[in-house]
Write a protein that binds this ligand. Structure first.
Ligand code: UN1
Length: 530
């Protein structure tokens, strides 16, 4: 890592790939610019070649065997030190997260905290990683189960949570004795380099973790997945789009591997007629427009009982139009810029799709330009990728805008009559990541929990904001059923081994050499059958 001064701006971080325990210079590079100020080159990162990626995987294979022999409580010491380093550097790291990918500083602090929480949780898990002792059906025989590491893990992550989500993968994968080759997002290569540096300082041995940078198709991420077929990667953990996840799933499936896939969402937030409307509207605003709508867990459809729809509509419009947007370092803002031009372009195009579907615009979001920036804008519109909130009204669940995920500040209002219609609408997308319901009715809470197909469900809270030690993941197109975080993720990074130890000194055959109790006399059912 190197720094290059910039005139009137913080320095540019120049990062390298890190392969087989050593930094690797590269001729081909790309720039990551600050989405709040496109003049600011935050990071210059290399484009790893196919052979560099392969080399990283080979080194990871060699290093994994040694790493797996280190006792788990000692591996966990590295993770404990990582947590301490994250805590000691939380403020500058959070500021760098904001600068590189544009989320508000207080959210950036929260996302670094999520990584600290994850490190603390897994530090102690190193002293568990429990197996079982199981009684045998035979005498003088003992049965045990052990968790074994899977091998080389390829980790591919997105830019919206550039430190929390990688920590959900790297920490448990490494704790369990796997080695990792990580391809971070091209929206946050600098955060990745700083995080990686902390891993080295925490004492991770050479080659156990490599980082290969890339951008888009035909670069490091794709090369890494190709190593599944080459036999150099034993497990893939991916957070990103459903489309890419599907193709990773196909490649892994052919090799009979189970990847961990955390994909898109079109998360429903239901407001029933009896809800605390003040609470519900606050939750809906945060779920829809927090992080500029660029979370997997952001609300996509706000499903509202017709009896309270007029009130919800009026308040959402008023409060969305009053949201302060701008510079992520300004503590007053509700949200900052879009993470990249691709998200912005897609979000702009969504307006036409909604109108073509027949939806109407309650709040007409648009890119903020210098001339149109109103009193609620506190950034540099010319240099930043900013957008005002968009709310579609009169949306039905068959419309494409109700079905398709769109990363950005946009949400739909869907009117329903009563609980059953609300639940049906909430279940009417192919996704099933997060979900929320606002109601005071305990029976509706119960029926929603049981009836919704979603990996995560909030009662009287927003769709976003999962805690670091609960299982995170989704149903349907939101993933392949694997979960991250807490004790549940350990199943993703280990395989069970069943061991039997026979001390009898003679061959004992299971199911055969077992003394069977005399069965009861058969009942006389002869008259019932021919
Ligand atoms: C993501 O958007 O990929 O639950 C992760 C949340 C955060 C994590 C989101 N704790 O919103």
């Amino acid at each position: 890592m190197d720094v290059k001064p910039q005139q009137g701006l913080p320095s540019t971080l120049v990062v390298q790939n890190f392969i087989a325990g050593a930094p690797r210079a590269s001729a081909a590079t790309f720039e990551r610019r600050n989405p709040a100020n496109r003049d600011d080159v935050v990071t210059v990162a290399p484009l790893a070649t196919a052979s560099e990626v392969q080399e990283a995987c080979k080194a990871a294979k060699a290093a994994q065997k040694q790493w797996a022999r280190v006792p788990a409580p000692q591996r966990a010491q590295v993770i404990g030190r990582l947590g301490e380093l994250l805590r000691a550097n939380k403020e500058p790291l959070s500021r760098f997260v904001s600068r590189e990918m544009g989320k508000p500083l207080r959210e950036a602090r929260g996302s670094v905290q999520e990584a600290i929480d994850t490190a603390e949780f897994f530090q102690s898990e190193g002293r568990r990683l429990y197996g079982q002792t199981v009684p045998s059906e035979l005498t003088q025989k003992e049965l045990f189960t052990y968790r074994r590491p899977i091998g080389v893990t390829a980790v591919i992550t997105a830019g919206n949570f550039p430190i929390a989500v990688p920590s959900w993968k790297l920490i448990p994968a490494l704790l369990c004795g796997n080695s990792v080759v990580w391809k971070p997002s091209d929206d946050a290569p600098g955060v990745a380099a700083l995080f990686f540096d902390l891993w080295l300082r925490a004492g991770l041995p050479d080659g156990v973790l490599s980082v290969v940078h890339g951008r888009g198709a035909g670069s490091a991420g794709e090369f890494l997945v190709q190593q599944v077929e080459a036999g150099l990667v034993d497990k893939v953990s991916f957070t990103g789009s459903t489309q890419v996840g599907r193709s990773i799933g196909e490649i892994c499936g052919r090799q009979l591997q189970t990847p961990s896939l955390e994909l898109g969402g079109k998360n429903p937030l239901v407001i029933l007629a009896d809800a605390d409307l003040e609470l519900a509207i606050e939750g809906a605003l945060w779920a829809s427009f927090g992080t500029a709508g660029q979370r997997c867990t952001s609300a996509g459809n706000i499903i509202v009982d017709q009896r309270v729809m007029p009130e919800v509509r009026a308040q959402l419009k008023r409060r969305a139009e009053a949201l302060v947007i701008g510079d992520p370092l300004n503590e007053a803002i509700a949200y900052g810029p879009m993470i990249n031009e691709r998200f912005l372009k897609n979000w702009i195009a969504q307006r036409e799709r909604g109108l073509a579907d027949g939806a109407s615009l309650l709040v007409d979001g648009a890119r903020i330009a210098k001339e149109t920036a109103g009193e609620h804008f506190v950034g540099d519109a010319e240099r930043g990728l900013y957008a005002t909130p968009r709310i579609f009204d009169k949306v039905t669940m068959s419309m494409s805008v109700a079905q398709e995920e769109c990363f950005g500040p946009t949400v739909n209002l869907v009117e329903v009559n009563g609980f059953d219609e609300a639940l049906a609408a909430a279940n009417a997308t192919p996704y099933g990541l997060s979900s929320a319901i606002y109601t005071r009715d305990a029976s509706a809470m119960l029926r929603f929990k049981e009836g919704i197909s979603a990996g995560m469900t909030s009662i009287n809270n927003s769709t976003t904001g999962a805690e670091a030690h609960l299982p995170f993941g989704g149903n349907g197109w939101s993933g392949n059923g694997t979960r991250e975080s807490g004790i549940w993720v350990i199943d993703a990074y280990t395989r069970w081994q069943a061991v039997n130890v026979d001390l009898a000194g003679k061959l004992q055959k299971a199911q055969i050499d077992v003394a069977d109790a005399a069965p009861p006399d058969p009942l006389d059912w002869a008259a019932l059958v021919q």
